[in-house]
Write a protein that binds this ligand. Structure first.
Ligand code: HEM
Length: 230
């Protein structure tokens, strides 16, 4: 147990994860969807080694897992300010790590295509991947400007106004989440995946991802998005 103050006792990381990421039916459903889809995908990747290409789906599936975990961490209303602070710290660590993973995964596929003289962004998966990467870049830049830089005073005219804009960070976060699920779903239709997996494996990966995405969207607190006041 950590520091105690007037705003509540600082919880441990495990307490926040247990309460926010695994508490309640929807959270368990999301976790199951993620575990099952990743287990089947990684089995496919392990049993069909494909050189540098393998790093692309490996890093991207880890990134999707990480980004979703980072979202789950902040969804329920925190019981006090100490919980809120700890959740936010964990959210930042997990989202930056996932960002590094998705950039690495993108670099591997772009490099692999250059090395083979293949054309870029020709499929729906690739185009959706580009949208996903752009949204993540905007999402992280916005969050970082508000939290760390004095620039927020200039850009958003003051800290209070900047904080009121968090609801847009949340909204664009859920749009990003939609693309984070759509992009790997579109990858299931790619030649490589179709040639190296059974249709049962593709179904399980697809349904697992969709269930995780719908489960996370089902946990959205509309009041935090400014759509409903409590
Ligand atoms: C959110 C996760 C993902 C993102 C953001 C993403 C992004 C991308 C991008 C941007 C490209 C095109 C690169 C270029 O044209 O230079 C690409 C290609 C590719 N990706 Fe992904 N990807 C993701 C997940 C996956 C997964 C999980 C798989 C496999 C199961 C996969 C399989 C492929 C394949 C086979 C290609 C080459 C064919 C094509 O361009 O569609 N990707 N990806």
């Amino acid at each position: 147990m950590g520091r105690s103050d007037t705003q509540g006792v600082t919880p441990s990381a495990l307490q926040v994860v247990g309460r926010n990421s695994a508490g309640g039916v929807a959270a368990v459903v999301v976790q199951l969807g993620l575990i099952v889809s990743n287990a089947v995908l990684w089995r496919v990747l392990y049993t069909h080694p494909a050189g540098l290409f393998t790093y692309h789906p490996s890093f991207q599936s880890l990134a999707v897992l990480g980004f979703l975990e980072g979202i789950l961490l902040l969804q329920p209303q925190p019981p006090n300010a100490a919980y809120k602070r700890k959740g936010l710290q964990l959210h930042q660590v997990v989202q930056y790590t996932s960002c590094a993973a998705i950039v690495a995964g993108a670099a591997f596929i772009v490099y692999n295509k250059v090395a083979h003289g293949a054309k870029h962004f020709t499929t729906w998966h690739a185009k959706s991947g580009l949208v996903t990467l752009t949204l993540i870049f905007l999402q992280i830049s916005f969050g970082a400007v508000i939290v760390y830089t004095p620039l927020q005073r200039l850009i958003f005219r003051g800290e209070d106004r900047a904080k009121k804009l968090w609801k847009y960070h949340r909204m664009s976060g859920y749009l990003t989440l939609f693309f984070l699920i759509l992009t790997p779903l579109l990858a299931l239709a790619s030649d490589w995946v179709r040639q190296n997996s059974s249709s049962a494996e593709r179904w399980v990966v697809g349904v697992g991802l969709a269930v995780a995405g719908v489960g996370a969207l089902g946990r959205v607190q509309t009041s935090k998005l400014g759509l409903k006041t409590r």
